[in-house]
Structure formats: structure tokens, C-alpha cells
Design a protein around this ligand. Structure first.
Ligand code: HDE
Length: 721
């Protein structure tokens, strides 16, 4: 008899279930509908006959497809692309002198956090390596309620007033007629807007620097950007600027590398964060504060309320008050990373706002956008958004309400409910706003104290070292050469001339602009001369003191540390096992991560006859995702590698991106076969950061490790350019 064909999966037996790698469901759980009805066949819809039309009656099919149809929610209008992790925050001591916020008092207290890093402009599926500012949003689940520090990896912002934010974002997002380019600021509308907004020039210097192409989320600084207030138990206010300092130092990739990573591994930052946490390399930051007494508000030559200004660390040092460790990946991207709702207005007693006009606008925006993004006023009930302390109020109902409120009292004041929930006095932890005296006219004006748009742009630019300055110039040349409208390029060169004439000249030359021709008023352009922009920019003076803290290269954190750096070992059959192991052990003892790149995807036979497990096939990986390359000895291995065109490409990229490269014995053939060969001097000297000590293995290892600790061998750029 013909067997009935149903294509229905038979249930796994107990033994198979126990072997399953995924334990997300309990092993005795049946597949059910959302109403809890057990499903007998999840592979076939209900039909009239086995070849017949499907039946509308099929409630199992209808439920499944209806749910699927509604699986997407609107992505964030900005910061759509992001990755997040759980962790904790621990203060170093008691700072009750400045703030009564309880989570900052006791070094034995641990506050859970959820942190989301993001790019700003790209859509949810866009590349991690776009040239862009990175979001750095931290939710502290404190005993006194949720506190969100919603910052960026750049300490200033493009605009001074919230009313310009929609314009800025419209300008930077893909152009509306053809929705191009994705996740990129290199296009006309962005630079048109910027060229008419001199206040953006300080932030532009940061955005064109390598800060906008971080090596990893784990290697970025974070900043609260605005000036906030700490409030102590006596109601005394101290101005505060927040900083996150990464334990692994602040590092970037180079632009050519960023573009290649965008193609080879657009999830590079997401993967890096995920894998570091999975491997137990928990990223860590220290929380720093710059504290400014209320009396000193007007002591600076910029306004503390102006978000386009930093308080240089040389003027007010950063005091480290605690550390944050990220030690757990989310269980579900949508439920946590996508549904988390941050808000700069989520503060706890002891933290308060200033009148920064950008911050004030943000205080409105976040709940508003989350109402449409998350679809209901009850998004605070989503697990990732819930505070850890109890929450009681008289807010009721609305879409997707989870809580079942009992009783008939949902108003305050009430007597029927005994006046509950009742208000908390200040001494009981009730939030009271700082009593700032305001006596002013209602006007649409920008403060005179906001008008210097260039001094700090100059301070930032001049505080960079030569390599960093060159990278800024290169970024501007790249971005502006993608701008098609000549007058926009010209306006930009005009603005750059206010920062540094040589920079402007270099950019102008690359754009084919003669600098003399563009000495026009800076604010020219349609709509640029409105009252709100009437402050003409002053020509900036060179600052007397530079700020070393602003240079990533000149201000390294833990300069000898190579922890979690990714090192590629290029190997093939016949590789010398000792050569692999000696270098591997040394690097791993310093907590670097070694990956074996093989000419196949499985394993390699060493010269000793032992097998070596391959992590990546040369064909499927790329040098741009590594921090350094080592070629172990082994004649046969080297010969095989030389035959693969990918080997030279691997080395050429590593060389071009200024990465340390080391080769042992025969490995030197691979180096001489690559672009490096052209740069070996007549007396056989290798270029900077390339090592090949034939006899002395210890020296080779030491040189390689020291070079990796420097992150990049920048002097090599001189021979490459
Ligand atoms: Fe945001 N910003 N922003 N922003 N922002 C959002 O809120 C907004 C600003 C920042 O990982 C949105 O829930 C306005 C500065 C981060 O979920 C939205 C203004 C800084 C994130 C919004 C600013 C930030 C956001 C979009 C000018 C650094 C991602 C989705 C007045 C201090 C948070 C959402 C996450 C997200 C508005 C300026 C940081 C639309 C109106 C300055 C890190 O509400």
C-alpha cells in the first residue's frame, strides 16, 4: 500500500532532544497556538484534498501568518542601527558631597545597566563602519528608578538649538528623491546644511576625525555632551559633564579599512561586542565627571549651556567615580536591543537638567518618538524598560496594558484608597526639580555667549598630531569630492579657512577650487541670513594651550595593553608547529586573540604531523578584521601560501593599514612577494612595524607585541603616501 505523504516532522525522541544545542524551550514543551492549543502539524496548511485550495477555516495558519505580517516595528528615526549588552555599574566611593543619587554612593553597590551603541544616520540594516557619530546610551536600573545617560562618542553636537535637529537629520539621511546614499554623510544635502551652519564646525572636526570610525564599540569614549547638574541633599547644585573612558583605550580603523569592512563584514562592531562578551572579555569603562561649582558658571570663555563646546580636561580635570562592565549579551535582539527606550529625561533624585536648548528639546522628543515606535503608552512595561523598584501611579489602560490594576481608585488625591499611592517627601526620596531662578523675557533668540563657533574647532584640530590632522584632511577631501554642487564645496572651504588655512588649501586643491575665489560672506545661501543666525562667526585665534586629551594617538590609555586584539596567523600544510605555538602562547598570555587562517576551512597538517584547527579559510576572511598578522615558519606552508593570490592581498592591506606584521624564517618570502617588498631598503631593512628576525625568536615576539600595543604604525603612512 502507498504510504501517506504528509511531510510532517515526527516529534524528536527524548535522546535527540537532550542532544540539541539550543535549550531555549523546555524539552517537554509542545508547539501550541497563541491560545495554548497543541499543534499536530506545523508543516501543512488545511486544504480541501491534498492538492486542493487552502481553507480559510485554518486558524493555525491564519494566526501564524497574521503574527508574521506584523513582526516589524518602525525603526528609530535616528540611531536605528545598534547593538547592546547587559552589565553593571559600581561606584568607586561616596560622592554625596555633590549628588544624593544613591547609586553613586556605596562602592559595594552594584547597579544593573543595559547599554546600546549605535550609528546615527544609517537604517537598521546598514553597515557598522559608516563614518558617523556613535550613540552610547546607558540605562542604569537604580533602586530609585531608571536613570538614562543617553550620550555619544563625541562630546559636542552639530547644532545649538533643538529646532534645527529635524533639519540636520533630513540633511544627513539618504536624499529623499532616490534614497541614496545609505549611512553616509558624503552627499550634497548634508554638506549644504553644514555649510550654512557655522556652529557645526567643531563637531565636523570630530566627525571627520578617526573618532567617527572606531575600531570597536569597546574602544570608544562616551560623553553626556550637555552640562547636567548634580544636586546634593542640601539642594546645592554642581554642574557636571559626564565621560566614559574605555579600559582598552580609544582606537580607530583607517578610512580605507572602514570601507572594506563595510563590504566584508558590515556587522563588524556588533560581532566584536558579541564575541568579546561570549569569550569572557568583558568590556569595561570608567565613569568620569568634570565638576564645576555653580559660582563658576560664567568663568569660561564659552557658555556651559552651549552643546557645541567642551570643557577642556586641562581646565577642569576628569574625576573617575566608578566603573561599568558589560558581561552579558542580550537573549533576544528584538525584545531587548530593539525595544529598549532611552530618554535623557529619565533622571533620579540627585541629577537634574540645565537650560541647554538642545537638551531641553530632547526632553520632549524621546517619549514622543517611542509612542509611535513602540506603539503604545505602555512601553515602560516591556521587560527591558521596567525599573527594578516597584512603580505605582494612577496611569491606566491604553494599548497592550500588561498590569491588571485592582480597585476603583485611579486618581490623586483620593480618600477611598487611603490617599495611596502617596507622594514622597524630599527626605523620602521624592524627586524635586532644582529651584533655579528664572527671570527673563519670552524670546526667540540665541545667546550672545553662543556665538563663537570656531575657537574650539581650532582647539580640536590643532590638538591633533600630524597623522590625525592628515586623516581629517583626507576625510574632508573624500566627503566634499562626493558633493556635486560646487557652491557648497566652496562654502565649506570658506569655513575650513576659519579653522586652518593650510587645511582649507589642501582640501581646496583636491577639489580643484582656487581659494581666492571663495572669499565670500560665510553665511551666504538661501535661508542663511535669518535672525536666528545673525551672529557672524569670528575668525578664530590659535589657542594658547592645546588639549592633549583630544588626541587619540597622543593620549593612549594602557599603552602596553594588547588585550583582545585580533591576530591572524597565515598557515598552510607543513607549518612549523613550534613557530605557531611560541607566538600564540606569548600573545594569548597577554590576552590577545589568535586566529588560524588556513588555505582550507577545516584543519592543517603541521610539519610535526600534528593537526592544527583552522578558524577561517583564507578565501572567506580578510585582513581588515584583524589588528596584526604573523606568518609562522615552515617551507611547505609558505610555498602554498605564496601560490594563493589572497595571501598577498592580505599582507598588502595589513601593510597599507599600518598594522604590525611579523614573519619567521621562510615567512619572509611572503613579505618580499607583497607590496612590502618594494619598500625593503637596499641594506635589507624592513619598513616600520614589519619584523622578521631569523635567529632570535624572543626578539621577534617582543617587537611584534610592542608594535601591536601601539595599535598602528603611523610612520608607515609617510612611505605609503
Ligand atoms: Fe537623540 N534621539 N536627539 N541625541 N539620541 C534619539 O529617540 C533627539 C541628541 C541619542 O540607543 C531618538 O528613541 C533630538 C544628542 C542616542 O535607543 C529621538 C535631539 C545626543 C540615541 C532623538 C537629539 C543624542 C538617540 C530616536 C536634539 C548625544 C539612541 C529613537 C534636540 C548626547 C538611543 C529614540 C538608543 C535617539 C531625538 C540630539 C543621543 C528621535 C530631538 C545631542 C544615543 O527621540
Amino acid at each position: 500500500m502507498k504510504k501517506k505523504y504528509t511531510n510532517s516532522s515526527e516529534p524528536f525522541n527524548k535522546k535527540q532532544q537532550d542532544l540539541a544545542p539550543e535549550k531555549s524551550f523546555g524539552h517537554d514543551q509542545y508547539l501550541t497556538t497563541n491560545q495554548g492549543v497543541k499543534i499536530n502539524d506545523d508543516n501543512n496548511s488545511l486544504k480541501a484534498g491534498d492538492r486542493g485550495p487552502s481553507l480559510l477555516e485554518d486558524f493555525i495558519l491564519r494566526e501564524k501568518i497574521t503574527h508574521f505580517d506584523h513582526e516589524r516595528i518602525p525603526e528609530r528615526i535616528v540611531h536605528a542601527r545598534g547593538s547592546a549588552a547587559h552589565g553593571y555599574f559600581q561606584p568607586y566611593g561616596n560622592i554625596s558631597q555633590y549628588t544624593k543619587a544613591r547609586f553613586l554612593q556605596d562602592p559595594n553597590s552594584i547597579t544593573p545597566v543595559f547599554v546600546r551603541f549605535s550609528t546615527v544616520a544609517g537604517f537598521r540594516g546598514s553597515t557598522d563602519l559608516a563614518r558617523d557619530v556613535r550613540g552610547f546610551a546607558v540605562k542604569f536600573y537604580t533602586e530609585e528608578g531608571n536613570y538614562d545617560l543617553v550620550g555619544n562618542n563625541v562630546p559636542v553636537f552639530f547644532i545649538q538649538d533643538a529646532s534645527k535637529f529635524p533639519d540636520l537629520i533630513h540633511a544627513v539621511k539618504p536624499e529623499p528623491h532616490h534614497e541614496m546614499p545609505q549611512a553616509a554623510s558624503a552627499h550634497d544635502t548634508f554638506w549644504d546644511f553644514i555649510s550654512l551652519m557655522p556652529e557645526s564646525m567643531h563637531m565636523i572636526m570630530w566627525a571627520m576625525s578617526d573618532r567617527a570610525i572606531p575600531r570597536s564599540y569597546r574602544m570608544m569614549e562616551g560623553f553626556g555632551v550637555h552640562t547636567f547638574r548634580f544636586i546634593n541633599a542640601e539642594n546645592k547644585s554642581t554642574f557636571v559633564k559626564f565621560h566614559w573612558k574605555p579600559k582598552l583605550g580609544t582606537h580607530a580603523v583607517v578610512w580605507d579599512e572602514a570601507q572594506k569592512i563595510s563590504g566584508k563584514d558590515p556587522d563588524f562592531h556588533r560581532r566584536d561586542l558579541w564575541e568579546a562578551i561570549e569569550n569572557g572579555n568583558y568590556p569595561e569603562w570608567e565613569l568620569g565627571v568634570q565638576l564645576i561649582p555653580e559660582e563658576d558658571e560664567h568663568k569660561f570663555d564659552f557658555d556651559l549651556l552651549d552643546p557645541t563646546k567642551i570643557v577642556p580636561e586641562e581646565l577642569v580635570p576628569v574625576t573617575l567615580i566608578g566603573k561599568m562592565v558589560l558581561n552579558k549579551n542580550p537573549d533576544n535582539f528584538f525584545a531587548e536591543t530593539e525595544q529598549v527606550a532611552f530618554h535623557p529625561g529619565h533622571v533620579v533624585p540627585g541629577i537634574d537638567f540645565t537650560n541647554d536648548p538642545l537638551l531641553q528639546g530632547r526632553l520632549f522628543s524621546y517619549t514622543d518618538t517611542q509612542l509611535s515606535r513602540l506603539g503604545s503608552p505602555n512601553f515602560h512595561e516591556i521587560p527591558i524598560n521596567r525599573p527594578i523598584n516597584a512603580m505605582h501611579n494612577n496611569q491606566r489602560d491604553g494599548h497592550m496594558r500588561q498590569e491588571i490594576n485592582t480597585g476603583r481608585v485611579s486618581y490623586f488625591p483620593n480618600s477611598l484608597g487611603g490617599g495611596c499611592p502617596y507622594q514622597a517627601k524630599m527626605a523620602e526620596g521624592g524627586f524635586t526639580s532644582y529651584e533655579e531662578r528664572i527671570d527673563a523675557k519670552k524670546i526667540r533668540e540665541r545667546s550672545e555667549s553662543f556665538k563663537d563657533h570656531f575657537s574650539q574647532a581650532v582647539l580640536f584640530y590643532e590638538s591633533q598630531n600630524e597623522t590625525e590632522k592628515q586623516h581629517i584632511a583626507n576625510a574632508l577631501k573624500f566627503e566634499l569630492s562626493k558633493v556635486e554642487t560646487v557652491v557648497i564645496r566652496e562654502r565649506m572651504v570658506g569655513l575650513l579657512a576659519k579653522i586652518n588655512e593650510n587645511l582649507a588649501k589642501e582640501v581646496a586643491a583636491s577639489l580643484g577650487i582656487v581659494i581666492k575665489e571663495i572669499e565670500k560672506p560665510i553665511n551666504q545661501g538661501i535661508g542663511a541670513d535669518t535672525d536666528s543666525q545673525k551672529h557672524e562667526p569670528t575668525t578664530a585665534k590659535k589657542p594658547e594651550t592645546l588639549s592633549k586629551a583630544l588626541s587619540m594617538i597622543e593620549n593612549p590609555t594602557n599603552p602596553n595593553d594588547i588585550a583582545t586584539r585580533m591576530i591572524a596567523f597565515l598557515c598552510s600544510d607543513g607549518v612549523n608547529e613550534d613557530s605557531v605555538n611560541i607566538m600564540k602562547n606569548e600573545l594569548e598570555s597577554k590576552n590577545a586573540v589568535v586566529k588560524i587562517i588556513g588555505t582550507n576551512a577545516n584543519s592543517i597538517k603541521c610539519d610535526s604531523g600534528n593537526t592544527l584547527k583552522v578558524d577561517f579559510n583564507l578565501l572567506s576572511t580578510t585582513s581588515v578584521v584583524f589588528d596584526g598578522v604573523f606568518i609562522p615558519s615552515g617551507k611547505e606552508s609558505v610555498e602554498k601560501l605564496v601560490q594563493q593570490p589572497q595571501t598577498a592581498e592580505f599582507i598588502n592591506d595589513a601593510f597599507k593599514h599600518c598594522k604590525p606584521i611579523a614573519a619567521e624564517n621562510e615567512g619572509i618570502h611572503i613579505i618580499s612577494n607583497s607590496d612590502i617588498g618594494k619598500n625593503i631598503t637596499s641594506d635589507q631593512k624592513l619598513p616600520a612595524g614589519v619584523f622578521s628576525e631569523k635567529e632570535n625568536k624572543t626578539q621577534l615576539t617582543e617587537n611584534f607585541v610592542n608594535a601591536l600595543a601601539k595599535h598602528r604604525i603611523w610612520e608607515r603612512e609617510k612611505i605609503l603616501n
